[in-house]
Design a protein around this ligand. Structure first.
Ligand code: NZQ
Ligand code: ZN
Length: 386
């Protein structure tokens, strides 16, 4: 097992009616900015619950953060934070609202001139403006980690940021909020969380028994939960299992002491930046092609995944590993998710070389757990997903 340090300071308030308890977490004299997305919270009662909890606070609202949070819109919110002397942020939404809020937490205290540099130059945030979250869409794990991804439409870029100053102070996880999530977003959430685990598990064996069992436990839970969740998201226990699985998939725990990949995410973000394809769907497009392309490096863990998660007990190591990739594609397809780029756009002929060139320009020339994925591999991985 590799050396590691692990600290996750986010307090989780899990369960029904937990929104009311945010008053115990936000300082009474805070000047609060409540941030949300396109309005789903106004249709499902979440807005009312949060407004009721904030009634004794000095607070204002900022709505309209879109999926794949857009830099120029966030800059409007930053202006309000500065003008109104806001000192506490409350994100109410999915990964996009939470990530947008993390950007604002960093940008509010950033001393440089251009806040885009935080993303472009990869500036880590050691200290951000304090913030909490009320999660409405299980998927990204952003509610309990310190990373964020922001989109810039003008430059067609989608870049990551992070740092120890960007953990939420608290996150409310109320599974009742899952009941209004559209089928398409439920499928996205399952696929995103599933791929988060694979990024941290499907590498090479290093005898990290507990991390492997945690990872396999989350994968099995997501597979078991998926059919009922897609049929009946109002079922509280199903929603609770879905929600906690997604959080545990990317709160840092399972990646400690083990190699991690993340190349599927890095390539996938380019597809969102270029075509606006939902984040989770880009992972379903790139993941299977990447596992094929890096088969020799990953085959031992692929076979372990086949045996322990998909219960495939017969065949050679290679056969099991191949079967695991097939099962993964079948799982995504069972959620209504296509795994080929050509199903999402007709304009894909030059995509592979474009993405590879862009990554080369950024110096991203050695991706994956072995740092062996070169720009020419990126071309083959993306072409393999056409
Ligand atoms: O905007 P509103 O009206 O709220 O509607 C949203 C949005 O249209 C809707 N929604 C959310 N909760 C709902 C609901 N609709 C009905 N009922 C509810 N309870 O769902 C739509 C999608 O929301 P979004 O927040 O965009 O989805 P998701 O949570 O999948 O977040 C995706 C973003 O997170 C980033 C992605 O790249 C993408 O930008 N990620 C963040 C990560 C992190 N910070 O750790 C890791 C991930 O790998 C990912 O990159
Ligand atoms: Zn993801």
């Amino acid at each position: 097992m590799n050396n590691f340090s692990f600290q996750n300071p986010t307090k989780i308030l899990f369960g029904k009616d937990q929104v009311a308890n945010i008053t115990k977490e936000i300082p009474a004299n805070a000047k609060v900015l409540m941030l949300f997305g396109g309005g789903s919270i106004k249709k499902n009662g979440v807005y009312e619950q949060v407004s009721a909890a904030l009634k004794n606070y000095d607070y204002i609202e900022f709505g309209g953060i879109p999926p794949n949070p857009e830099y120029s819109i966030l800059m409007d919110a930053l202006k309000i934070i500065k003008e109104k002397n806001i000192d506490f942020l409350l994100a109410v939404g999915g990964g996009s609202v939470i990530d947008g809020t993390k950007f604002l937490s960093a940008a509010a205290l950033y001393k440089g001139e251009n806040a885009w540099d935080i993303l472009k130059k990869g500036i880590r945030t050691e200290k951000g403006m304090p913030f909490g979250t009320v999660l409405t869409l299980p998927a990204t794990g952003s509610e309990m980690n310190s990373g964020a991804v922001v989109t810039n439409k003008e430059t067609q870029e989608k870049l990551g940021m992070g740092g120890p100053g960007l953990f939420p102070q608290f996150s409310v996880l109320d599974p009742s909020f899952v009941s209004t999530i559209p089928e398409k977003q439920l499928a996205n959430g399952l696929t995103d969380a599933f791929t988060h685990v694979l990024e941290q598990y499907l590498t090479y064996p290093i005898d990290a028994k507990i991390q492997d069992r945690f990872a396999e436990g989350i994968l099995v839970s997501l597979i078991e939960t998926a059919p009922n969740l897609m049929k009946n998201p109002s079922d509280y226990d199903t929603a609770a299992n879905f929600m906690w699985s997604c959080t545990m998939a990317l709160n840092g725990l399972i990646q400690k002491g083990v190699p991690t990949d993340w190349a599927t995410h890095m390539i996938g973000h380019e597809l969102t930046a270029l075509y606006g394809i939902d984040h989770a769907r880009t992972l379903a497009i790139i993941g299977p092609s990447l596992y094929q392309h890096t088969f020799e490096q990953k085959k031992e863990k692929l076979a372990q995944y086949a045996e322990r998660v998909w219960d495939i007990k017969t065949g050679s190591l290679e056969e099991k590993a191949e079967k695991a990739i097939e099962k993964t594609v079948e799982f995504f397809n069972s959620l209504g998710i296509d795994t080929k780029l050509s199903k999402y756009t007709d304009d894909y002929k030059d995509t592979a070389s474009f993405i590879s060139k862009r990554m080369t320009e950024r110096g991203w020339t050695a991706l994956g757990e072995n740092k062996k994925i070169t720009p020419s591999d990126v071309v083959k991985i993306v072409e393999g997903a056409y």
